[in-house]
Design a protein around this ligand. Sequence first.
Ligand SMILES: [Zn+2]
Ligand SMILES: [Zn+2]
Length: 155
Amino acid sequence: MNELVSQASERLRSQGGRMTSQRRLLLSILDSLGEHPTAEELLLIARKQDPDLNLSTVYRTLRWLEAENLVSTRLFAEGRRQERFDAALPSEHHHFICTRCKNVIEFDTDLLDEIKTQFQDSSGASVDTGSIELYGLCPDCRQRSIVQETGMEVG
Ligand SMILES: [Zn+2]
Ligand SMILES: [Zn+2]
């Protein structure tokens, strides 16, 4: 059993809820996808295995997971702002978003701790969590744009 499914089953059991086959399907897709799908994208994938699944079930499951801190939502600055769901928890991690192909690359850095400390010291606030978003061209798109502009391959 994958991690998200087993964690969610445990929470459900302690709340007296039950793991339905639709919930299980959504969880295992979220876990194995390793991406940041929107609810609509998740539904599209899940429907291949369960054509009866609908968007409100997907949202209900995602909202519950969010409340249980098993997924977090991300609002990347895309063409239109849409909620994406991130199952890569509990670790605090950051994102690079390619502005051309929308590919998302996750990364870790210790620098955020420094930023938190700096901000806490200067503002007197207390910071719990934070996340960095970087935007630009991913390696593939960068390569492609260089080839288009110059006709030259770069290594
Ligand atoms: Zn992520
Ligand atoms: Zn790209």
